[in-house]
Design a protein around this ligand. Sequence first.
Ligand SMILES: C[S@@+](CC[C@H](N)C(=O)[O-])C[C@H]1O[C@@H](n2cnc3c(N)ncnc32)[C@H](O)[C@@H]1O
Length: 254
Amino acid sequence: MLKQKIKRRIRNFLTGLDLPHLQAIRWQLDDISAQTTLNNSYQFSSYFPQTNWSLRPATLVHILNDITINQRKRIVDFGCGASTIYMAKHIKCSNLDAKIYAIDESQEWIDVMLIFLKQENLDEIVTFVHAPLAKSELSISEENKWYNQNTLKHAIGKDKIDLAIVDGPVGNSSPFARYGAIPFLKEIFAERYSVFLDDADRKEELIIVNQWEKLLNVSVQDYNRYKVFTTDQQFSTRPLFKMYDKLFRSHYLS
Ligand SMILES: C[S@@+](CC[C@H](N)C(=O)[O-])C[C@H]1O[C@@H](n2cnc3c(N)ncnc32)[C@H](O)[C@@H]1O
């Protein structure tokens, strides 16, 4: 074991590839593969920007797999952007009986999204909810702010949510900014559901994941950058390119 570890260290040193570099290359390969899948499936008539704030293509493909395989119908997207656009395109093109509540604290950002969605005739799939951040009792910190809950309740009404993407509020908006999602959704989840938490490898998010596990009693799947809570185990939704994760971990991390 020790001998193997030393061998690995020497090899990594000789090839000039240390672990963070290898991890970055690995993620890039995942994203190239995922973006190819997305491009093969969906074309847009105009350009929309995928930025360093957007969900990674790899995560998007995993989410679209979940929508298709588990037949999701009522989706909440906390923090809108590429996630909203790709989900809306998928719902429309696959003629799915599903709709999206896209929640954002920024009306300006919603306006940017709306221009694009209207151009693409996708706006009827998405209900945008401008929910400014307000002091919240759904909290593990005294100073916690989260989306205004009354605004969310009013928008969602009696719908039962079967998929949530938690990529907002912005991480530095308050301590443990994303914690509120599960205490809020817990009351309105459908019988079967999935939750995708992005940026899940950050220090605060790791604590949030720990708290959510206690609240949900559902096991969590770890994909490094994002984590998935799901009640559905019958069929796998793990993207094809993720089959190399285990190999990578055993080869480079153990
Ligand atoms: C991590 S982003 C959400 C990204 C979204 N889920 C996506 O896939 O593109 C969280 C928030 O940052 C803001 N935001 C999104 N894109 C941004 C950008 N390019 N620059 C600055 N703020 C941005 C929006 O208010 C959004 O709700």
